[in-house]
Ligand binder design. Sequence first.
Ligand SMILES: Cc1cc2nc3c(=O)[nH]c(=O)nc-3n(C[C@H](O)[C@H](O)[C@H](O)COP(=O)(O)O)c2cc1C
Length: 250
Amino acid sequence: MSFISKIKSVFKSSSAPAKKAAAPAKKATSTSAPAEKKAASPVEKKASAPAEGVNPKEVDTLLAAIKERRTIYSLKPELPAGVTLADIKDITQAILKDTPSAFNSQPNKVIILTGEAHKQVWNQVVEAIPTEDGKKRPQSAADEAYGTILFIVDDAVTKGLQEGFPAWAAAFPDFAVTSNGAVQISTWTALSQLPGFGAHLQHYNFLKGFLGDKIGENETIQAQLVFGTKVADAGEKTYKDNAIPIVTEL
Ligand SMILES: Cc1cc2nc3c(=O)[nH]c(=O)nc-3n(C[C@H](O)[C@H](O)[C@H](O)COP(=O)(O)O)c2cc1C
């Protein structure tokens, strides 16, 4: 199995335990309704399903991918050997499809820039930045990266939700950005599993102005994943000791 098919199958199969994991919720709901005696036996039968269904190997694979994703600034403007643009598009497309959103509103969009479009956009960002120091990162994107994945929110979707559910109106912009962030980090994580792939996340969101009619008026760019072939690994990372308390009583 190629690395690409492996990654696709991991991200496909990672949805399987999640589906099975939904079972305990059902169980909790139905067992909390004592009146529904009839439901008791089928639910009991199902009770062992989650434990059997969760495959620790799949969880480990996902956790390893999350750990292995890093910010890689040192890139060259090529695709890694054996990786095609179609692979990058397909993986990103799968994540775009399966990422959850408020009320399943699916406000997220993605555009992939490469070739002259990628170069032109980043060169215009360089021109727009006044300081030499500030130009460095976008210049490296123009010269050293192969492409850019643009993460976009369709604000018309948010507006529609605000009109449809006025009581929640203030929350919908944050919900859209939360969901978009999930697309960003899942994409970054999945693609980082491709051997030789490197990427860093940027926020030159004003580059929308350089995209002409490739992006809609109602669409907002949230982030850019600048990618190419990794030249050097990320540096050492420090971690906070962010232990999670489990609270059972207040
Ligand atoms: C929401 C978010 C915003 C970020 N913005 C930028 C950015 O604008 N420019 C940049 O170079 N890195 C950016 N980063 C990358 C972080 O600096 C990086 O993830 C962090 O230092 C941890 O390093 P790691 O990615 O190697 O784990 C961002 C990361 C996240 C999650």
